[in-house]
Ligand binder design. Sequence first.
Ligand code: SF4
Length: 150
Amino acid sequence: MTRIIVSACLAGVNCTYRGDNNLSFDLLRLIDRFILIPVCPEQLGGLATPRNPAEIKLSSDWISRKIVTDQYGNDLTSQFNKGAEEVLKISRFLRANLAILKSRSPSCGCRGVYDGSFSGIMVDGMGITAELLMKNGIEVYSEDEISFLL
Ligand code: SF4
């Protein structure tokens, strides 16, 4: 069976920054036909749950280096990068070439992220984990795009 990395919060794990989840009933419809592997990159990066919300900072070096901060300006980039590397490691170990990740997250978002101003403004771009997986040949989709698998 095809193995798919999924954002753990979409599988009902209480790992979001608020300490709750984003259970996706569409995702549940896949469990008989695919092996779903739940991961939370922010927890794997060593962040606590619950935790402060974080966003990718929009800066002049936006393309070359992404900086992730919480709303108090604390730099969480290293934890986000570590979490992404751990998810990539798990993906390779289990030979998962597909990922379904939570939209808009600074880790998991794959079709736009918040702009770093903590004011709800979306910009083009990907979360840290979503981008690393994509750059390593893993197909990445959001939970809103999985109708082709249902
Ligand atoms: S990092 Fe990803 S899996 Fe973890 S709570 Fe955020 S969106 Fe969900």
